[in-house]
Design a protein around this ligand. Structure first.
Ligand code: NOJ
Ligand code: CA
Length: 701
């Protein structure tokens, strides 16, 4: 359970301001916020870091569908200030204790013209940035209302370098483009992107958040949102001439954005800023802006690694479906098996044996249930019922076998985008999981959404994903959502919501031309800012794995795949490759067996978006550390001082690194393992190959 403890400094000052007051400020160390009203009563804010503008005055407000706009003719009728400094403990995470320290400025606004509406803006200024949200107080002249546009702007100071994906209403599964803001063209990227079930990019100049930016002067800026609840996801429209970004909310089937009922508050808009890229990755501001856990007893929530009947379907060795198609029927009207069905009892037991032998806690099985013959692209309800196994999947026998081996089964509920069907069956599906002892579920939303016309990232679906997280919590089931909107730190509030995909995972190395070598150096600065990612790392056979595309290869070395277990944080971490491919490299597999998934502490040693990341983490409840270092297509030397180790203590270190002639393209599976002694004075200089990496385990003696 989240605990608030230690010194809580809580100073509240409220005042009625004079009518002529038009601005207010708040700051924390180098970060300063300035709120202003202009001469027409239009609210705005500006943000400074170390005296330099990060965001120039940018407007705030809303256009409403029917009740007039909420962006003008305001006066300040009250200001409240509060200082908070407290610590809390996440149920799991990158660190075991988080400091929440901020200066709050709450600005109460009232329109000076009929119907005298009220709007509050709450700002929280942190050491590393700003969060702000709108609050619609209870009031006589604004009860039920529809937002047609959120008018929030982020007025940047120049043509910054941006790491971006298109503002797509339905998917985040894109490669990142690194370009200046003036070169953003979402349509050009969408046109060339892998053809998947649904892509919807109406605005040529919209990008997704988290958006990572770097100024010419070396300032790093990250824009996202926190605590997205009952509201559509925010994307950003880029004005390529003025470098002004404006909120683009994902619409519903009617083109409206949000249906609200005062009192209500929006999600937080977040701007994280530093002159060190490492600080962006270390930021806890998004988590701090989320509410504490709603789950009281959390002992059942357990981070884990899992293997799965999965990569073999992705690579064409087997199929999710039992028959080739729905018309493949015998004389009794039964599906004729295609002989390649992956989720058959014998094969599943093989994975359970593999997991048991190697101390891997879980096994995911996809394609175990009926429906896969027509799951893709039909925009259809009732494809899956989430409880009927195929004839060759012995659900009881598998459950008993897993139990006898001490392995946890992970459920898979693909919805094919029909949220309506999933909601109808949700209780049945979760009861089924409980009955057969599945402590976790991976959900999936591949396809156009039903209710038809809704988008993956709109208010209706945002509410759906949260309902499922809540439902999972009611049944004490951990959740890993694939294809939802990207996370916004809600894993603080629902600590059973362990991971999301919401990005271009390792699977694209199977069914597309793959992920560029810089991909994993950008993900932590973008997609992972809101929460853990089920990226499915750990591919060992890096060439010749896709039966339907023999020339395909993963754009990393094997050592880099190991490093991803540390650089891409997730409390549910897949061991994605086939058992036989791990058995071919038992020495390298040792790192995956050893690496932790829950941490006491994390140090981002060095990082640059698009180029490299080195992260060190201390495994929870131990003195052992794990380090991951990765690079893009450029070879580099990672410099890692081990000064975070306990002084005077001796450690045994295993270094898994690229061989001297390794290269993601020509020699990806060449690695070297070295076992040496280490202590706090050790400084590592590790050569990383092009597209390479290094993984290190450090065990206290
Ligand atoms: C897409 C998911 O990302 C992938 O992991 C899964 O195997 C397929 N959908 C099928 O549900
Ligand atoms: Ca996916």
């Amino acid at each position: 359970m989240n605990k608030l403890f230690a010194c809580v400094l809580w100073i509240v000052a409220a005042c009625n301001v004079m009518a002529q007051e038009k601005s207010a400020e708040a700051s924390m160390n180098k970060v300063r916020l300035k709120f202003t009203l202009d001469e027409t009563g239009h609210p705005g804010y500006a943000l400074y870091f170390d005296g330099q503008a990060v965001i120039r005055r940018s407007v705030l407000g809303f256009a409403l569908a029917e009740n007039g706009d909420l962006d003008n003719h305001f006066e300040i009728v009250g200001i409240e200030r509060k200082s908070i400094d407290e610590y809390w403990k996440p149920v799991w995470g990158e660190v075991s204790q988080i400091r929440n320290q901020y200066e709050q400025l709450m600005v109460h606004l009232k329109q000076t013209t009929e119907p005298f509406r009220l709007l509050d803006v709450e700002f929280r200024v942190f050491n590393d940035g700003l969060g702000f949200r709108y609050m619609f107080p209870q009031q006589p002249n604004l009860k039920y209302f529809v937002v047609s546009k959120e008018l929030t702007e982020f007025n940047l100071t120049g043509d910054h370098k941006a790491f971006w994906i298109p503002g797509d209403y339905d998917t985040n599964e894109y490669s990142y483009t690194t370009s200046t803001l003036s070169k953003v063209d979402a349509w050009a990227v969408e046109r060339k992107a892998t053809d998947i079930a649904v892509r919807v990019v109406p605005d040529q100049y919209a990008v997704q958040t988290p958006l990572m930016l770097k100024t010419a002067g070396g300032m790093y800026i990250n824009i996202h949102e926190a605590a997205l609840i009952n509201y559509p996801a925010m994307q950003l429209h880029v004005d390529r001439d003025s470098f002004k970004l404006s909120a683009n909310l994902v619409p519903d089937a009617l083109g409206n954005k949000a249906y609200l009922h005062a009192p209500f508050h929006t999600p937080w808009r977040t701007i994280i800023v530093s002159n060190r890229a490492e600080d962006i990755l270390a930021s806890k501001t998004i988590l701090n802006l989320n509410e504490p856990s709603r789950i009281k007893e959390t002992g059942w929530i357990k981070p884990m690694k899992f293997a799965g009947v999965w990569w073999e379907m992705q690579t064409g060795k087997s199929t999710w479906s039992y028959a080739d198609n729905l018309d493949s029927l015998d004389s009794k009207g039964q599906l004729i098996p295609n002989g390649k069905h992956g989720a058959n009892t014998a094969n599943v037991k093989r994975y359970i044996d593999f997991a048991a032998k190697n101390g891997i806690a879980g096994v995911l099985v996809e394609g175990w249930n009926t429906g896969w013959e027509d799951w893709f692209g039909n925009w259809k309800e009732n494809v899956f019922d989430f409880v009927t196994p195929y004839p060759d999947f012995d659900v009881q026998g598998i459950s008993d076998y897993a139990k006898s081996k001490g392995v946890k089964m992970i459920m898979h509920n693909e919805t094919s985008g029909s949220a309506t069907t999933y909601e109808r069956y949700a209780d049945t599906a979760f009861r089924f999981m409980k009955r057969y002892g599945y402590p976790a579920v991976k959900t999936g939303y591949v396809g156009k959404i039903i209710p038809r016309g809704e988008h993956h990232d709109g208010q209706w679906m945002v509410n759906h994903y949260e309902r499922i997280a809540q439902k999972a919590a009611d049944y004490k089931v951990m959740l890993d959502s694939h294809e939802p909107n990207r996370p916004t730190g809600l894993h603080r509030t629902y600590p059973n919501w362990m991971a999301y995909e919401s990005g271009r995972g390792n699977e694209y190395n199977a069914f597309s031309d793959g992920n560029h070598p810089d991909h994993e150096t950008i993900l932590p600065f973008t997609r992972l800012m809101g929460g853990p990612m089920d990226y499915t790392p750990g591919i060992f056979k890096l060439r010749g794995y896709a039966s339907y595309a023999p020339a395909r290869q993963v754009h990393t070395t094997l050592a880099k795949q190991l490093a991803l277990y540390v650089t891409l944080y997730s409390p549910l971490q897949m061991i994605a490759d086939l058992p036989e491919n791990y058995e071919a490299h038992p020495d390298a597999f040792q790192f995956i067996k050893d690496v932790a998934v829950d941490w006491d502490d994390t140090k981002v040693v060095e990082a640059e978006p698009g180029a490299y990341i080195t992260t060190a983490r201390k495994a929870k409840g131990t003195e052992n550390w794990f380090i991951g270092a990765i690079t893009n297509e450029e070879a580099r030397t990672a410099l890692i001082p081990l000064n975070f180790l306990q002084k005077g203590k001796k450690y045994k270190m295993s270094i898994y690194r690229d061989a001297n002639d390794a290269d993601w393209k020509s020699n990806p599976e060449a690695y070297i393992i070295e076992h040496v002694q280490a202590d706090a004075k050790t400084v590592l200089r590790l050569k990383l190959a092009p597209g390479g990496g290094a993984a290190i385990s450090i065990v206290a003696q």
